[in-house]
Write a protein that binds this ligand. Sequence first.
Ligand code: FEO
Length: 171
Amino acid sequence: MLNEKVKDLLNDQINKELYSAYLYMQFANYYEEKGLSGFANWYNIQVQEEKDHAMLMRQYMQMHGDAIVLEAIAKPDAVLKEPMDALKAGFAHEQYVTGLINNIYSAAYDVKDFGTMQFLDWFVKEQVEEENNASTLIQKMELFGGDPKGLYMLDQECAARVYTAPSLVLG
Ligand code: FEO
């Protein structure tokens, strides 16, 4: 069994990861509606990754014999008026998630739960990657997105992204 606070935070994080999937689904829907199917692909892969994150946390809790309480997933309500909006909302969201992961890490540290710290190491690294991916996309959009040809090329680049299963595998 995990420490009560660590367990509650992990349980809550499952909900947050599923919300992230839901938010990115909103983004993918937006891009699909705008005819930017490459960006839609990029966010559809994000959806899959967020579901993976939730499932890994669920599995980790189950390995410790802790019960999981599933709560309602909030409605994604990003205001998307132009293609850049989702990218910026996505980057801000990943920064928020980094804070949440750090918070769980800190709770595990306080009770010397080294197992959870080691488990979370993967997520700490993943968040660096998530933030970097999001900010790189913003930078490219700033550079090339103002021109229809540039936007088309960027959409093609996003279309080439492929899903890869998480490198973290639990027992
Ligand atoms: Fe689950 Fe995008 O971090």
